[in-house]
Design a protein around this ligand. Sequence first.
Ligand SMILES: Cc1cc2nc3c(=O)[nH]c(=O)nc-3n(C[C@H](O)[C@H](O)[C@H](O)COP(=O)(O)OP(=O)(O)OC[C@H]3O[C@@H](n4cnc5c(N)ncnc54)[C@H](O)[C@@H]3O)c2cc1C
Length: 382
Amino acid sequence: MRSTADAVIVGAGIMGCAIAYELAERGMTNILVLEKDAIGRGATADAAGGIRQQFSTETNIRLATHSVRIWETFEERFGRDIGLKQQGYLFLLTEPDQEPVFRRNLALQQTLGVPARWVTPAEIADLNPHVLLDDVIGGTFCPEDGWVDTSGATMGYAEAARWRGVEIAEETPVTGICIEAGRVMGVETAHGPVATPLVILCAGPYTRLVGEMAGVDLPVSPYRRMSFITEPFDRLPASLPMTIEFATGLYFHPESGGFLFGMGNPEEPSSFDKTVGEAWMLATVERLVSRAPVFEEANVRRGWAGFYEITPDDNPLLGWVGEPEGLAVAAGFSGHGFMQGPAIGACIAELVLEGAARTVDIAPFRPSRFREGALAQEHNVI
Ligand SMILES: Cc1cc2nc3c(=O)[nH]c(=O)nc-3n(C[C@H](O)[C@H](O)[C@H](O)COP(=O)(O)OP(=O)(O)OC[C@H]3O[C@@H](n4cnc5c(N)ncnc54)[C@H](O)[C@@H]3O)c2cc1C
């Protein structure tokens, strides 16, 4: 492993790999990515792979829109098939006060070029004939949304970064960050020290712990999220959209001949607990069957748990931490980070090399916003 680098990136999830690639593509190639486990095995591995543009803040919509263009051309750019399925995201709304909020978000999305639209219950029945609509007042649908294979995407970025000279050291935890006179000087690792003037924290749910090594408090908290997949199930077509019951966060989409589904638990405390709870699995299945009774005939093949990396306003911390100098962060994506990887990679590379992000203005997500009281709340969190 090299002992000096122009930049050290902590974490080889989608963010660490995309940022390394975008920096190398722009000419900074003496980069070391340090990963305590293996490439793409953190939150990125546990994601549902959903990509959507239906957000409530301009910054998130722009990040998502730029990223969708990259996902659409990923195979040409990186030579990797990422199993892109643009079958749409269909939000089902059941509470009257959701309608004005979603209509307002829709207007913003449309202004920014997103082809999302309002759908009536009759139109929802055309898009997904298998959901019960008795309590549904309407919804929104964007045909460009969908899902991709998270592992293929992360490996695509990692390989392209390595081709450009980036070193990715797996099974190499960062154990300390060295600071002198208010500046980053290097990191300590399980395999020895590395001297560097620039450290970029992309440690996903562990970012607060790594931030503490530099004496900074980065408000990123881990929350367990469980996902489940059915056995192969052909009672529903594999062409269905990602379908989301917004009030409960229940979602399902076709995956590997079966269906992937999950639901957020509002009572879940912050923790690093990765066990799959049977009670929550039963609650999720019950909700799924209530919305789409055909699932009564499906069998659950397996479940797994991963961590959402939640911040106080459900948006990430992007950019320079301030003190110490030379420390940047891209973390806290609050459950919607995978899809933004391409845009975040470009934005952080521009910030580092050119002084400001051009692809998307990420200033609203600056880490200092919490102490400034300038929160940027995202409404469309699933
Ligand atoms: C169940 C579930 C479903 C999700 N579904 C979606 C979805 O549909 N769409 C979407 O966009 N997002 C989704 N997400 C969120 C998404 O997974 C994350 O926002 C995204 O993957 C974050 O990427 P990352 O690179 O920041 O973090 P990670 O992938 O967690 O990468 C961080 C890496 O840092 C490493 N690390 C930590 N500490 C250290 C250390 N001290 N030294 C070295 N390495 C370290 C970790 O091992 C890890 O590999 C979902 C998340 C979960 C849990």
